[in-house]
Design a protein around this ligand. Structure first.
Ligand code: IPT
Length: 976
């Protein structure tokens, strides 16, 4: 690294100077602590050396400075702007040098010690997270400097503290050598973004301590040993334990698992301090090629979690962290990968307490070196190894006492190199009680599991069967998808099929959806901003919005789908033959038995925490409900439960059972009655409705009349019973989803590119014939894009009995179609329509062919605006599958064909053109789509496309729809 310059602290590859060795984190001991969070003084400079160090000294004039909130990022507080890149470094790749233009924030805080701050002892100053490089002074004396943004750093400050008027100064550079190690796919957000705390260290205070708490599932015992730098006692009252540090004790315990997060409160006490312990006994190992906890294989139903808040970026408060864990638990998620850095330490406390398996990932990613052929990659350059080891140590030492942490991950997307191996060796030597993960090295030389991202279903199946290529040793390892199901925009599709594989092949131990939350930043004009919205270059657009929850943490349909797909209890119908009745032999159809098979997919718990409820719905309305005994099925086993006889139902109705597995009692993460799993069992099928006919079409000047309907001379419907209907015709276009848009870095054109090239967004409709016959008006058209000989022959056959109007639509493709269609169906406008929508079909939320596991058939009530899914970048959304009937804007449609139903106050073209939510301005027309088919969603914004069975290939299609003016019927609909 001979650069001819004396590299300053922020540009050398070292981790920093002056800080104390890392140690275990705890929320609070009995030693006093003073939070230094709050309002600080702040000055931003354009370069690292624009200002000298004088600001840190006592008495410096800071009247011209601004206020800033710590924890926080200055770019979210009116100073400069955020910048988003995925893989690319936003500066030239010339490690360890960074740009001269290097926003530098001087932070300053004065404080007095509380009156009761103890005299003897010392104190440490702790920074839980500063991005990306800090230099610290207290009362004018420099304490040191550090990098490693999402890792803690402590300084001994005892001798420098004064009772009053302390001046703490922190200079933070946005860019440093550390930035090369922090190329995670997220906003670049400089600042002191986690807590700053002054901790009193009494004489005889506790030292670093390592809680070893294992579980022997054969004996049912836990073995505890707390190793500590400072000798003391370890007391766990509930277990009758009172031993010296370093002493091993074995007692009967209940184990810790993510399903049963049993913690024992204890204390590590030295002469001068008591540190609370929250002990969970569990043993993690790879045995028989499987990841086992307490002797049982586990299935990770996981999610990748970045820390994010739309207003405060990566500065999260406790409530937000808790909200994340609760939302995850309520959606059947059992595991988190802390992508791609250790989270705020309190988050892991919540995982311990509420129960989540954690893959704790080091703050390390050097992805941007890929763009330069991995030349100069720090993980393969010994000069950087101290920084890598420092990061590994700071993670492991901080988080080692959390039972929830079962796997250490070296980092993300760093390629390969000696530095990673050095980290792995260090971690194994320090903590042999957990497993090691790193996806980037396909040799798996340093890891305990084979991990991949975005592998498609076929490949995952081959891996499941052990038929994967690659080194033989790797085939012996358990498999994880550390990232899959890219949740960008509408989607991800194909989750059910992945889950089926995970449940079929024991080697497949589940995966982690990419990712938990959309990183859309609250913005006055855009609602939520994404890459490029601050004028930054280069950027990666809305690739930063790819979460299962929207920026404000409302669940997206993807989360609802995932919850259903990963439900830990499977409820399925079983046909039970009626008991033989000797004698009269009368077997009333209502008496035939229906039964359920209940499969327990938990890894550890039986089903006694759940209760079963049922309701019986006729035409979507519940007519009876009740509960059933939940059998105490053991993990991995199943049992049958009989349903009561079906209640009487009216003739000509469709009926089904909806069965739910709900929490039998309040849990720490949800209330009694919370739905964990559900299923619907169809009973009586929907009878085919009569279709209208009998009226003859007649010409009336330039119009054609058919019953209560009027058409123009080209056979386009104008109105029905006085209700205006606009532009009813075939529609094949949808506003491309992020998945339709594919991966920008791939050479092959995306689906949406192929659609646009073909012209599916601007189809031309030619009318070939308008035929008035005795019983029908028939309109023949050809719908085709410019400059192509591909086309769709479309026949609209209209019949009426007066008030009701039947459309029988037939579509016949012409030519060799090689691109799937976005959608195929009809679209029409209802001018002046607004207000409520009622429908009988799938709901309550949106669903598409490969995202419809969570769609429940029922009678739903909503309104047009509430039916929109507010993706941060607008795109196709809001379809409800399996429509029987709908009422919207005074119109009623009835159909036997179960089309997809969409209604919105803008056109597909407007939706397609919008870049942000705020671009969508409702017009006075409600546009309705009834689709015979929709192209599957897939996950090809980063991963595989829709599976073959979900591709909408052009083929002959038909749809019958009866239109009438709506009569609002009785109640009973579930509101959405
Ligand atoms: C993968 C990254 O690990 C993750 O951080 C995120 O960027 C994700 O993709 C996509 O959103 S890397 C990708 C090139 C496979």
């Amino acid at each position: 690294m001979d650069h001819g310059l004396d590299l300053r602290h922020h540009e050398d590859a070292s981790p920093g100077t002056g800080s104390l060795p890392p140690r275990a984190w705890y929320a609070a001991s009995d030693a006093p602590a003073l939070s230094l969070n709050g309002t600080w003084r702040f000055r931003l400079s354009p370069t690292a050396d624009a200002e000298d160090d004088a600001f840190a000294a006592d008495g410096h004039d800071r009247t011209a400075w601004d206020d800033i909130t710590v924890p926080g990022h200055w770019v979210l507080q009116g100073h400069g702007a955020p910048h988003y890149t995925n893989q690319l470094y936003p500066f030239p790749v010339d490690p360890p040098r960074v740009p001269t233009d290097n926003p530098t924030g001087d932070h300053l805080r004065t404080f007095d010690l509380p009156a009761d701050w103890p005299g003897p002892g010392t104190a440490v100053l702790r920074f839980d997270g500063v991005e990306s490089c800090a230099r610290v002074w207290l009362n004018g004396t420099e304490l040191g400097d550090f990098k490693g943004s999402r890792l803690p750093h402590e300084f001994d400050v005892g001798a420098l503290l004064r009772p009053a008027g302390n001046v703490l100064a922190v200079r933070v550079h946005q860019w440093s050598s550390g930035s090369y190690l922090e190329d995670q796919d997220q906003w670049w957000l400089p600042g002191i973004f986690r807590d700053v705390t002054l901790l009193h260290r009494p004489e005889g205070c506790a030292g670093d301590h390592f809680v070893h708490a294992s579980y022997d599932h054969r004996a049912g015992t836990g073995t505890l040993r707390v190793d500590a730098d400072v000798e003391g006692r370890v007391v766990v009252g509930e277990l009758g334990i009172d031993v010296a540090t370093g002493e091993t004790v074995t007692v009967d315990v209940e184990p810790w698992t993510a399903e049963t997060p049993r913690l024992y409160d204890g204390v590590y006490a030295t002469a001068g301090e008591r540190i609370p312990l929250r002990i969970g006994f569990r043993t993690v190992a790879v045995e028989d090629g499987l990841i086992k906890v307490n002797g049982r294989p586990v299935l990770f139903r996981g999610v990748n979690r970045h820390e994010f808040h739309p207003e405060t970026g990566r500065a999260l408060d406790l409530d937000t962290m808790r909200a994340d864990v609760l939302l995850m638990k309520r959606h059947n998620i059992n595991a988190v990968r802390t992508s791609h850095y250790p989270p705020h330490p309190a988050f892991l406390d919540l995982c311990d307490e509420l129960g989540l398996w954690v893959v704790d990932e080091c703050d390390l990613e050097t992805h941007g070196f890929q763009a330069v052929g991995w030349r100069g990659n720090p993980v393969d350059d010994d000069r950087w190894t101290p920084a890598l080891l420092d990061r590994a140590a700071r993670m492991v030492e901080r988080d080692k006492n959390h039972p929830s942490v079962v796997v250490w991950s070296l980092g993300n997307e760093c390629g390969t190199g000696r530095g990673l191996t050095a980290m792995a060796q260090w971690i194994r030597a320090r903590d042999d009680s957990r497993l090691l993960h790193y996806e980037g090295d396909s040799s798996c030389a340093d890891t305990d599991m084979y991990s991949r991202m975005y592998a498609d279903h076929d490949e995952v199946e081959r891996i499941g069967r052990g038929a994967d290529e690659g080194p033989e040793e790797r085939r012996q390892l358990p498999f994880l998808l550390c990232e899959y199901g890219h949740a960008m925009g509408n989607g991800p599709g194909g989750l059910s099929e992945y889950q089926k594989l995970f449940e079929t092949y024991e080697r497949l131990q589940g995966g982690f959806i990419w990712e938990w939350i959309d990183h859309g930043l609250a913005h006055p004009s855009y609602a939520y901003a994404y890459g490029g919205d601050f004028g930054e270059e280069p950027h990666d657009g809305n690739f930063v919005c790819d979460g299962l929850v929207f920026p404000d943490r409302t669940p997206s349909p993807g989360l609802v789908e995932y919850k259903k797909v990963i439900e830990p209890v499977r409820i399925e119908p079983v046909r039970v033959e009626p008991a033989r009745t000797d004698g009269d032999g009368d077997s009333d159809s209502d008496e035939r038995g229906r039964a359920l098979r209940i499969t327990n997919l938990y890894d550890f718990t039986d089903l006694s925490l759940l209760a079963l409820t049922w309701s019986y719905e006729v035409d979507g309305v519940s007519v009876a409900d009740g509960s059933l005994p939940m059998p105490a099925v053991r993990p991995g086993e199943c049992a049958e439960v009989k349903l009561p006889p079906a209640p009487k139902r009216g003739r000509g109705a469709e009926s089904r059972w909806t069965v739910r597995a709900v929490l039998a009692e309040d849990a720490a993460w949800a209330e009694r009655g919370h739905v964990v799993a559900w299923a619907q069992l169809d009973d009586e099928a929907r009878p085919v409705r009569s279709t209208p006919g009998g009226t003859a079409p007649v010409r009336d000047g330039r119009r054609i009349l058919l019953g209560d309907a009027a058409f123009d001379a080209h056979g386009t419907l104008l109105s029905l019973g006085g209700l205006e209907i606009k532009e009813l015709r075939l529609d094949v276009w949808r506003a491309p989803t992020d998945n339709d848009n594919g991966m920008p870095w791939r050479p092959e054109p995306s689906l949406s590119t192929r659609w646009r090239r073909l012209g599916l967004d601007r189809m031309q409709h030619r009318v070939d014939a308008v035929e008035l016959r005795d019983d029908a008006l028939t309109v023949r058209t050809r719908v085709a894009p410019a400059a192509s000989d591909l086309g769709l022959r479309v026949e609209y056959r209209w019949q009426s009995d007066g008030p009701r109007l039947l459309l029988s639509l037939e579509v016949e493709p012409e030519g060799e179609w090689t691109v799937p269609l976005p959608r195929v169906g009809i679209r029409f406008g209802l001018p002046g329509a607004s207000g409520p929508v009622r429908w009988f079909g799938g709901g309550p939320g949106e669903a598409y062919p490969d995202t419809c596991a969570a769609s429940m058939t029922g009678l739903w009530e909503s309104d047009v605006d509430a039916m929109q899914t507010p993706y941060v970048r607008p795109q196709e959304n809001g379809a409800r599958p399996g429509l029987r009937w709908a009422e919207v804007g005074g119109l009623r449609v009835d159909t036997n064909d179960g089309p997809w139903f969409t209604a919105r106050r803008w056109t597909t073209e407007q939706l397609d053109a919008a870049r942000h939510r705020t671009d969508l301005v409702p017009g006075d027309t409600v546009w309705v789509n009834l689709d015979i088919g929709q192209q599957g969603i897939g996950s090809q914004s980063c991963g595989p496309g829709a599976l073959p069975q979900y591709q909408l290939h052009a083929r002959p299609e038909r749809l019958d729809v009866t239109f009438s003016t709506a009569v609002t019927r009785g109640n009973g609909a579930a509101r959405h």
